[in-house]
Design a protein around this ligand. Structure first.
Ligand SMILES: Nc1ncnc2c1ncn2[C@@H]1O[C@H](COP(=O)(O)OP(=O)(O)OP(=O)(O)O)[C@@H](O)[C@H]1O
Length: 312
C-alpha cells in the first residue's frame, strides 16, 4: 500500500502539488491524469523521493519514506520513464541487470532474471541480450526500459508516460503486456499518462489532477457515474461515457445461452469490442468463444446496450 497523506510541494512559493491525499492498495494500478503542468510527475517523483515533499507524509507498507535512505528506496521501487532512459553504452542485458548488480545478486541469478524478462517481453535473449540500445526499435527500447524497472522484482513500479512515444498499435500491446505482468507479480503500479483511454484501460483507480490539486480519486466507474467537477466530466468525455463504461468489463457476465451467426468473439474481449463488432456486422447477436476456441454461447446487442446506461 502506498499512502499519500496531505502532500505539498512548492517551487518559488507556489504549490505545484497542493495537499494531495490518496492511497493505492497493494497489487493495484493507480493512474494519474490531468492537464500539463498539473503536478503529476512531481507527485510521482515524491513517492521514490527523487523529489522531497515540503509538507505531508508518504507511507510505503506503513513506513515513512523519509526514514528510508533515498538510494535504498529507489532500489526497492522500479521507475520507468518516457524515452526509457537506457544507458547507451551498456548492452540490453547490462541495462536490465543494473539494479540486481547494485544489490549484489550472484551472476547466475542475474543471468536467469535477464533471460526471464527478455522472454516475458518477447525479446529473444539470443538476439537481443548483447545489443546496444541504438540497435533496437523505439518499441523494443521501451520494453527494455520497463524490463529494467522490473529487474529486482520490485513490489512497486512507478511509470511516467512510459508508452507516450509508441504508436497506437504498439501502445495497446505494451498496455496488455503490463497488465499481464502486473497480474503475474502482483506489482503495485502508479502510472502517469496524458491518454484518458489508457487510464481507463489500465487503472483500478484514477486520480485526476488540475493545478496541483487532486480533483477526484476513485474507480473508473466513479468518475463516469459521479464526476466531481466539470473538469473531470469533460476529461472522461460526455459523449464517450457509455463506450468507456463498456470498455471496463469483459464479456464474462453477459454471455447468454444460444447460437448466433458470424465470427465468434473471445470472452476475454471487452464489451465495447463486442458492441463495435455487432455494429459493424449489423447483427443483433454474435457467438462467443473461449480463448481456446470452445463455443460458450452468444452476446446480444440489446444486453450490451442495457449495460451502457448511466450506472446508479
Ligand atoms: N524543479 C523544478 N523547479 C521549478 N518548477 C518546477 C520544477 N519541477 C516542476 N516544476 C513546475 O511544477 C509544475 C508541475 O510540473 P510537473 O512536471 O509535475 O507537471 P505534470 O503534470 O507532470 O506536467 P506534464 O504533463 O506536462 O508532464 C509545473 O508548473 C512545472 O513547471
Amino acid at each position: 500500500m502506498i499512502d499519500i497523506q496531505s502532500v505539498t510541494k512548492r517551487y518559488g512559493g507556489k504549490a505545484v502539488v497542493d495537499s494531495v491525499s490518496f492511497a493505492v492498495p497493494e497489487g493495484t494500478i493507480a493512474v494519474l491524469v490531468g492537464t500539463s503542468g498539473s503536478g503529476k510527475t512531481t507527485l510521482l517523483r515524491m513517492i521514490n523521493q527523487l523529489v522531497s515533499q515540503d509538507e505531508g507524509t508518504i507511507l510505503i507498507g506503513g513506513e515513512d519514506t523519509r526514514n528510508i535512505p533515498g538510494h535504498e528506496l529507489r532500489r526497492r521501487i522500479g521507475y520507468a520513464i518516457q524515452g526509457h532512459g537506457l544507458f547507451p553504452h551498456r548492452t540490453v542485458a547490462e541495462n536490465i541487470a543494473t539494479v540486481p548488480r547494485l544489490l549484489k545478486w550472484d551472476k547466475s541469478r542475474i543471468d536467469a532474471r535477464v533471460a526471464e524478462l527478455l522472454d516475458l517481453f518477447q525479446l529473444d535473449p539470443a538476439a537481443f541480450a548483447a545489443r546496444y540500445p541504438h540497435q533496437l526499435s523505439g518499441g523494443q527500447q521501451q520494453r527494455v526500459g520497463v524490463a529494467r524497472a522490473l529487474a529486482a522484482e520490485p513490489k512497486i513500479l512507478l511509470m511516467d508516460e512510459p508508452f507516450g512515444a509508441l504508436d497506437p498499435v504498439l501502445r495497446g500491446k505494451a498496455q496488455d503486456e503490463l497488465l499481464a505482468i502486473q497480474k503475474r507479480f502482483g506489482t503495485t503500479i502508479v502510472i502517469v499518462t496524458h491518454d484518458i483511454n489508457e487510464a481507463f484501460h489500465l487503472g483500478d483507480t484514477i486520480a485526476v489532477m488540475d493545478k496541483g490539486r487532486l480533483l477526484q480519486y476513485g474507480h473508473p466507474i466513479d468518475l463516469l457515474k459521479a464526476p466531481a467537477t466539470s473538469f473531470v466530466e469533460g476529461l472522461v468525455g460526455t459523449f464517450d461515457r457509455p463506450f468507456r463504461l463498456l470498455s471496463l468489463d469483459t464479456l464474462a457476465g453477459v454471455i447468454e445461452p444460444g447460437e448466433a451467426e458470424g465470427e465468434p468473439i473471445e470472452e476475454t474481449r471487452t464489451r465495447q469490442d463486442a458492441l463495435a463488432a455487432l455494429m459493424w456486422s449489423g447483427a443483433d447477436a454474435l457467438p462467443v468463444a473461449s480463448t481456446d476456441g470452445k463455443s460458450l454461447g452468444r452476446v446480444r446487442l440489446q444486453t450490451l446496450l442495457r449495460q451502457a446506461v448511466r450506472p446508479q
